[in-house]
Design a protein around this ligand. Structure first.
Ligand code: AMP
Ligand code: MG
Length: 329
């Protein structure tokens, strides 16, 4: 069976065709680019998604060499995310599914990151660090759901990097540029607040302090280096404690921030101390994409046949992953 997956929670509009073995036949995406120094504007991003949606939908079929007749189900990212952006994806998915009389499957976006990551890396029962623009969570699967073993108390790791970068006038998303600047630093660590509470992390004080440090401009590379060292050490500490507590022998990192090599290096060290193997989601699929939605929708539909009537299709801006039943694990 083939599934068309539609992703539109934030910056990315994506359409992808995936088959029931997990083969990604096409993965078309386009990113809304905010003006330099500003963040995502939900209305502008949704306008972008509207503009690119038809072309990307067509292209996803064409690249896969299929037509809608060959597609069995349509999955869409129903949340969590930005309302105006989510609604574009939902309308596209609902229209395509309704017109072609295909079952419509709503998917939790965070679950999409985890399921595609697990399929691509081959991790079977990992502790997961989900680090993206919308999430910073440590998760492990237990009794039918992904359970939270630590999370951010305020902003996410992606927001920390993006808000810091934007304060310096960088174009968002800024994680890649901050990583490049950090590499240019001679490794001079500037003191920054390190806040881990229980097994949760807090980044907002770190953000304020880092912006203050970098405002002199003279030490931008050292601040980027110190910001990464501090934030990633906080995450690595919480991950290591969760590994020790759960006894998991696999650790997987997914989400856009998983692209960062220094974070992977720190987690590798934590994993080797705990006798766990680290799986890093391939760079191409670390960020948001339609394939994560298509692959999750296929698994959901094949095990439960769960889908929604067109008039009952929904979007949910806040939708925690630990409220979602997962019956195929
Ligand atoms: P997502 O929400 O999963 O699409 O991830 C987007 C987030 O990943 C943004 O906050 C980016 O700044 C961040 N990101 C992308 N590349 C990197 C990188 N190399 N290092 C750190 N963060 C990154
Ligand atoms: Mg995401």
């Amino acid at each position: 069976m083939l599934c068309l997956g539609v992703e539109s929670t934030a910056h990315t509009f994506g359409c992808s065709i995936v088959d029931s073995t997990g083969k990604v036949l096409s993965d078309e995406r386009d990113l809304y680019k905010a003006p330099e120094g500003s963040g995502i504007h939900p209305r502008e991003a949704s306008r972008h998604h509207m503009e690119v949606s038809t072309g990307l939908f067509r292209q996803s079929l064409q690249s896969a060499g299929v037509s809608m007749k060959d597609v069995g189900i349509v999955g869409y990212s129903a949340g969590p995310g930005l309302g105006p952006c989510l609604r574009v994806g939902a309308v596209v998915a609902r229209t395509v599914a309704g017109f072609n009389k295909k079952p419509l499957v709503p998917v939790n976006h965070a679950l999409g990151h985890l399921e595609l990551g697990a399929m691509l890396t081959g991790a079977s029962d990992p502790l997961v660090l989900l680090v993206s623009g919308g999430h910073t969570m440590i998760l492990a699967f237990s009794h039918g759901r992904w359970r939270v073993f630590g999370e951010t108390l305020d902003i996410t790791a992606g927001q920390l990097l993006d808000q810091f970068g934007r304060a310096l006038g960088f174009a968002s998303p800024c994680g890649g540029r901050i990583e490049q600047l950090a590499v240019q630093s001679a490794g001079k660590y500037l003191q920054l607040p390190y806040i881990v509470k229980g097994n949760d992390v807090s980044f907002s004080g770190l953000l304020t302090a880092a912006i203050r440090l970098a405002s002199g401009r003279a030490q931008v590379a050292d601040t980027c280096y110190s910001l990464q060292e501090t934030a990633f050490a906080m995450l690595a500490e919480a991950v290591e404690r969760a590994l020790s507590f759960t006894g998991k022998k696999e650790m997987m990192i997914v989400g856009g921030v998983a692209a960062n090599k220094r974070l992977a290096q720190m987690l590798e060290a934590a994993c080797s101390r705990q006798g766990a193997k680290l799986f890093v989601c391939p760079l191409k699929f670390a960020g948001d994409n339609g394939a994560q939605i298509a692959w999750t929708a296929i698994q959901e539909y094949q095990t439960t046949k769960k889908h929604v009537k067109m008039e009952k299709s929904f979007v949910q801006q806040s939708w925690r992953l630990d409220t979602v039943d997962v019956s195929w694990r």
